[in-house]
Design a protein around this ligand. Structure first.
Ligand code: GLT
Ligand code: MN
Ligand code: MN
Length: 391
């Protein structure tokens, strides 16, 4: 039954073919669900109210397809996507499944493998452009190590930079309207991956030939695996103007990459994430890089997909209520008033010899400042009551 939490196209929710199509295979067990036909997946997602469907090259076109087979598959898929009222806002390359990538793709120690990875990515970028994708994601699943005995990590960084610089130039040369979104992850499937967090990746982007063309695709699960605060990671990404795309899901800390249904493990953090995204005016796609529990059949997959979108919309409504709640806003206003009155010396034009001297001469009521409580307990309890539905 449709209600206010039923997704609409303009909510811009997207799913990867590999997400709803996940067969439940893991390191110990065979698939628990059959392979899903991409055209069928697109139709179903369209009916659920999604905005778009994303893909790796090989989610759609098999690794060894001939050019004729490729064109036939792509033509059929384009039609299915259009008929479903969907778009393909993001595409990416599978640089991790084939054994050729056993020791990485852009950071492989073998120059031939690095060259093949570039060739495969250029072809996949062409595919993405043909499908209308304006964001191209780079997740370096095999870009890492189990041992440091051979490759020098400085070479890995250099080779990765060379690859991204080359591909930026390729996209510009083709005249594609496309930006790159880098996706960090700390580990899995490699023991350790290069560029493990949002912070590492932001630092790397600044060293590229064309940093404006490259941003981030942060993932909730990936920062959470390491015990980092994903809301902070997204805040820093937004502040840097680098939130080009986002992978939403959920995850317990210090586990394997679980890719759970959005909001299912850390609802409070998910709420603050939704609030941040909404308050910031982020208007890119909200992509679910998540999968249904391995216990599920196809019905469970669609229940999972609906749940991801529904939870976001519930939190969006809660965020609106947070912004309208008189008691919450009253506390915020009171706190802000106190904060602003201490802004003087460093506000405005920043440093000058004069402001420095004024600040040095200023006397502070240390006792008053040090003993004043921040009322966050009260505030946080109000948030909890809002989330728990009693407010
Ligand atoms: C893979 C990975 C994800 C990436 C996908 C894009 S593939 O499922 O776990 O985090 O976003 O390559
Ligand atoms: Mn993941
Ligand atoms: Mn992801």
């Amino acid at each position: 039954m449709a209600d206010q939490y039923t997704p609409q196209k303009n909510d811009k929710f997207t799913f990867g073919l590999w997400t709803v199509g996940n067969t439940g295979r893991d390191a110990w067990g065979e698939p628990t669900r059959p392979t899903m036909d991409p055209e069928y997946a697109a139709r179903q997602l369209g009916e659920l109210g999604a905005y778009g469907v994303n893909l790796h090259d090989n989610d759609l076109v098999p690794f060894d397809a001939t050019p004729q087979e490729r064109d036939k598959i792509v033509t059929g898929f384009k039609k299915a996507v259009a008929d479903a009222g969907l778009v393909v806002p993001m595409a990416t390359t599978n640089l991790f499944s084939n054994p050729i990538f056993r020791d990485g793709a852009f950071t492989s120690s073998d120059a031939n493998v690095r060259a093949f990875a570039l060739q495969k990515t250029m072809n996949a970028i062409d595919l993405g452009a043909e499908l209308g994708a304006e964001t191209y994601v780079f997740w370096g699943g095999r870009e890492g190590t189990e041992t440091e005995a051979y490759r020098d990590g400085r070479d890995a960084v250099k080779w990765f930079r060379e690859a991204i610089n080359f591909l930026c130039a390729y996209v510009q040369d083709q005249g594609y309207n496309m930006r790159f979104a880098m996706e960090p992850k700390p580990n899995e499937p490699r023991g350790d991956l290069y560029f493990p967090t949002v912070g590492h990746m932001l630092a790397f982007i600044a060293t590229l030939d064309n940093p404006d063309m490259v941003g981030l695709n942060p993932e909730f699960a990936h920062e959470t695996m390491t015990g980092l605060n994903f809301v902070h990671a997204v805040a820093q990404t937004l502040e840097a103007g680098k939130l080009f795309h986002i992978d939403l899901n959920d995850q317990q800390m210090a586990r394997f990459d679980q890719d759970f249904r959005f909001g299912s493990e850390n609802p409070k953090r998910a709420f603050f994430l939704v609030k941040l995204l909404e308050d910031s005016g982020y208007d890119g796609p909200k992509h679910y890089d998540a999968k249904a529990y391995r216990t599920e059949d196809e019905d469970g997959v669609w229940a999972f997909a609906r749940g991801c979108m529904r939870t976001y919309l519930i939190f969006r409504e809660k965020a609106q209520r947070f912004n309208q709640d008189a008691e919450i806003q009253g506390i915020l206003a009171e706190l802000q008033q106190g904060d602003e009155s201490y802004d003087g010396p460093t506000a405005g034009d920043g440093y000058s010899a004069e402001t420095a001297q004024t600040l040095k001469d200023r006397s502070f009521d240390i006792q008053a400042l040090a003993t004043k409580g921040r009322r966050y307990e009260e505030l946080d309890q109000l948030v909890m009551e809002l989330l728990l539905g009693v407010r």
